[in-house]
Design a protein around this ligand. Structure first.
Ligand code: TXA
Ligand code: MG
Length: 347
C-alpha cells in the first residue's frame, strides 16, 4: 500500500515529513521531489534498504545509487576526502543539479555503490526535498523514481504510474522544474573534472569554476564503457520507436513531413513531440508541443512527460524535434538519443 501525500508548506506539513523520515530510518522506501526529477529514497547506509530500491525499480544491481544529502555537512559524513576542486564545486553549485563522485567512507555499503570504492553525492535545490532529508537524518540513496529503462518521472502522477504498490510513501511536491537529471562529474585532478552525465549544470557553467572540463570519452564517441555505469543501459525509452530530427524550422518540417507520409503509407499511427512552430504544420491529434522553438529549458522540462504521454496514446511511431547540443542541449540530446535508440537525424 503506497501512501500519497501532498506537501505545500514545510512548516504546516512537518508531521508528514517526519513520518517520511521515520519510514526511511526503518528501512522503507519514500519517493521524494527534487528540482530535476523525482527520486526513490532509502536509507543509504542500510544495505537491505538499498537492495529494496533495486527490487522496486527492477534495476541491475551493478548500477550504483546516488546518495542525496541536505547540505555539505551531509557529504562530509560519507565522502572519505573532499578535494579543493570538489569543495569549489559544492560552494558554487550546491544546492543544485550537480552530482559529484567522491571516494567513499567504509560505512557506505556495497549495495549503494554497486561495489565501487566511490560514492556519488548530490544536494538538491528543493526545499521540500531538503526538509525531508533533514528529517531522515541519514544520507538517502535516491535514483530516479521510474521502473528501470523508463523515462524518469517529473510529476507525482507519473511516479504513481510506475511505483504505486512498490514503495511506502510518495511525497507530491508538484512538477519538477528542470526535468532532466543532474549533471554527474568526477574530480580527476587538480582543477579538472570529467562530465560523466550531462545535465542541468552545463559545461560552460562548470568552466566558470574549474579550468579543465572534459567529457567522458563514451559521451563523445559512444565507444568504450561509460564511467557512470548507468549510462550504458537503454534508458528513457517510450514504448513506441522514435526518430529525432534536428535542424532549421524549414528543414525539420520538411523531413518530418517525409517521415510522416512514409508512416501513413505503412498504415502506422504517429505521435509528434515538437515545438509550437513545427507543430503548426501537422494535424493536431497525437501532438505533444514542448514549447517555443529553441527554448531548451522548456524542452528539458517537458521531455519526459511528452515521452510518457504517448504510452497511453499508443502510437506506432514518435516523430520528435531536437535541439542543438549547446548548453542544456547537451543533456537534452543525450536523453533523446537514448530514448530514440540512436535514431537521430541532424540536418
Ligand atoms: O537528478 C538526479 O541525479 C536524479 C534525482 C532523483 O536526484 N537521480 C538520478 O539517479 O538520476 P539515477 O540513479 O537514475 O542515476 C544515477 C547515475 C547512474 O547512471 C549511475 O550509474 C551513476 O549515477 N553513478 C552513481 N554512483 C556512481 C559512482 N560512484 N561512479 C560513477 N557513476 C555513478
Ligand atoms: Mg535514472
Amino acid at each position: 500500500q503506497t501512501k500519497l501525500v501532498h506537501i505545500t508548506d514545510i512548516e504546516k506539513d512537518k508531521a508528514v515529513l517526519e513520518e517520511a523520515g521515520r519510514i526511511i530510518r526503518a528501512g522503507g522506501l519514500v519517493v521524494f521531489p527534487t528540482e530535476t526529477v523525482y527520486g526513490i529514497g532509502a536509507n543509504g547506509l542500510n544495505a537491505d534498504a538499498c537492495r529494496s530500491i533495486y527490487a522496486a525499480k527492477g534495476r541491475p544491481s551493478d548500477n550504483p545509487l546516488i546518495l542525496t544529502v541536505p547540505d555539505q555537512q551531509g557529504a562530509e559524513k560519507v565522502a572519505a576526502c573532499i578535494t579543493p576542486t570538489a569543495k569549489k564545486l559544492m560552494d558554487r553549485f550546491w544546492p543544485g543539479p550537480l552530482t559529484i563522485i567522491f571516494p567513499r567512507q567504509p560505512q557506505v555499503p556495497d549495495a549503494a555503490t554497486g561495489g565501487l570504492d566511490t560514492v556519488a553525492l548530490r544536494c538538491p535545490d528543493h526545499d521540500i526535498c531538503r526538509a525531508f532529508l533533514r528529517c531522515a537524518d541519514v544520507p538517502v540513496a535516491g535514483p530516479s523514481a521510474n521502473l528501470s529503462t523508463r523515462p524518469s518521472p517529473t510529476t507525482a502522477e507519473e511516479v504513481m504510474h510506475d511505483m504505486d504498490g512498490r514503495v511506502d510513501m510518495v511525497i507530491d511536491g508538484g512538477p519538477c522544474c528542470i526535468g532532466v537529471e543532474s549533471t554527474i562529474v568526477e574530480c580527476d585532478g587538480e582543477d579538472s573534472v570529467t562530465i560523466l552525465r550531462p545535465g542541468g549544470i552545463t559545461m560552460d557553467m562548470l568552466k566558470e569554476v574549474v579550468t579543465y572540463v572534459r567529457l567522458d570519452t563514451n559521451l563523445v564517441t559512444g565507444q568504450g564503457a561509460p564511467k557512470a555505469p548507468g549510462m550504458k543501459y537503454r534508458h528513457y525509452a517510450p514504448s513506441a520507436p522514435m526518430t529525432v530530427v534536428v535542424g532549421t524550422e524549414a528543414a525539420v518540417t520538411a523531413k518530418l513531413k517525409d517521415l510522416y507520409e512514409d508512416a501513413l503509407a505503412d498504415g502506422k499511427t504517429v505521435g509528434f513531440l515538437v515545438s509550437q512552430e513545427v507543430g503548426a504544420h501537422f494535424p493536431k491529434d497525437d501532438m505533444y508541443i514542448w514549447g517555443r522553438r529553441g527554448d531548451k529549458a522548456a524542452l528539458a522540462n517537458q521531455l519526459y512527460t511528452g515521452l510518457l504521454s504517448f504510452d497511453t496514446d499508443k502510437v506506432d511511431l514518435i516523430l520528435a524535434e531536437g535541439v542543438d547540443g549547446d548548453g542544456l542541449g547537451m543533456a537534452i540530446m543525450n536523453r533523446m538519443k537514448k530514448a530514440a535508440g540512436g535514431n537521430v537525424i541532424i540536418l
